[in-house]
Design a protein around this ligand. Sequence first.
Ligand code: SF4
Length: 75
Amino acid sequence: MKLIIHGHRVAVDFDICIGDGACVDVCPEDVFEWVEFEGHPASTKKAAPAREDDCIECVACEDDCPVVAIKIIPM
Ligand code: SF4
């Protein structure tokens, strides 16, 4: 199951994401939202950048992700 990268400004590689939740916890703008992917080997839940237009590019999520699954692409 290949899930690829989700988001344009807040790019999350769903194939790498382990559902750790560090980004969800650290984001000051509440950009992320959990989505379920039953049976995915890395994790069954992924942090989707659902509100990436609200991103202030603080890069806290990129810095805190334990598996380096997030890349912030400056506007
Ligand atoms: S860069 Fe900052 S504001 Fe943007 S998604 Fe990551 S933690 Fe949230």
